[in-house]
Ligand binder design. Sequence first.
Ligand code: ATP
Length: 512
Amino acid sequence: MTQDELFKVLVAHCKEYGFIFPSSEIYDGLAAVYDYGQMGVQLKNNIKNYWWEAMTRLNENIVGIDSAIFMHPRIWEASGHVSAFNDPLIDNKDSKKRYRADVLIEDYLGKIEEKIEKEVAKGRKKFGDSFDEAQFRATNPNVLREKAKWDEVHNRYVAAEKANDFAEYRQIIIDCNIVCPISGTCNWTDVRQFNLMFSTSMGSTADGANLIYLRPETAQGIFVNYLNVQKTGRMKIPFGIAQIGKAFRNEIVARQFIFRMREFEQMEMQFFIKPGTELEWFKKWKETRMKWHVNLGMGAENYRFHDHEKLAHYANAATDIEFNFPFGFKELEGIHSRTNFDLSNHQKFSGKKIEYFDPEENTSYTPYVIETSIGVDRMVLAVLSHSYTVEPLENGEERVVMRIPAPLAPIKVAVMPLVKKDGLPELAQKVVDELKYDFSYQYDEKDSIGKRYRRQDAIGTPFCVTVDHDSLVDGCVTVRERDTMKQERVKIEDLRSMIEKKVSLTNLLRNL
Ligand code: ATP
């Protein structure tokens, strides 16, 4: 299966098993908006808990808030979103389809990178143990040709990005013969700027309605509450404020399922620090956040940093944590050193003094900020796409198993009586009563045990517990583990601690 096909199968699987549905589906859906189903919402909540507890419980100097989605419209002027939250868009005149010019160029560069990696893989296969990768990359003519092409386009792209030169974006697209995937032509319009904020009005017209925006990020809710939290929480710098909440962006090209949505959720943390210490804290947060990801056990090789070459004018360092999605390495989280840009602009626009009095230094200053910002939905997609596995079974059949990290799995345990009689359902119900206070569970008594296992594999349940006739006599049940399919007999009273070891969020947090 190609990665593309695999992705389509994953999207269908998510719908079939209640993870994610297209929004407003009975009305043919709403572009780039999705609903979470009965499994999806639990996975999403578990991800949010893991983040929230890691931030606010493991750091005594980080507290959480929950600010409103509607905010004073001046906030978005102060933050620069009204004037500068734009994407460069370009239309294909034949298909009438709209694209982001920067994404077209980045995808083109990504394809060249893929070609280079394919050449290297071929070399590795051909030369076996004697393969010297560095030398191969430095001498192989195919690799060198592709690398030269990549360098040339990349240099032009970075220069155009720095200069905000949109005519040059278009020229690069034309020179590289980047075609519209629908029409196959290179018949492009000029590149135009498009603001991504949704707006609505508040109050009736008679009252003098105000134009307000749906927040495009949660961060500003933190900045405008900086003084409230610092004062009421008696916070001392360095300290952080964390928040999870919805954000809205009128994305031009909203494809790739829940990777790019128009309504999505963010988990953001702003860490307020003394000016001059930002690069040290930036490094610390890069390490901390990478550790949080790798701790889930989805393979350290599936993450990488991508340092920004073009920094926003107010930033002095920025990096993305990229994840190896089915469509390649793409941004999952951003970590930004934002100086005092936001706080000092809010000070300017609101006229309120936003400063910190440092008792040790006996001076006041506007704090600098390190931000970590991750999309909940992208994290859900990372987990789902990494977990989806098709495995051959000994009997020649296949099973689809979602190898979701156990503490994130929507259902932790399934309880099944072998048959629907002889007192087994009653005993199974007792097992449920033993487990339900600690774990999300499903009770299933329909179909053969094999079919029931398949259903639980498909939603990623780490443990299936079967109650059989022996259980009535020896008080033991059969526990079947999702990944190894190994089965063992366990005393009913030992079940809780056995399951807990593997699925507990506490243990996951302890490993950080
Ligand atoms: P991109 O370059 O992919 O548009 P961005 O750099 O604009 O992303 P940020 O503004 O840094 O993203 O937002 C922080 C995080 O929010 C991103 O790392 C991503 O996980 C998430 N995010 C941003 N836009 C979307 C979206 N449209 N749908 C889902 N998640 C998003």
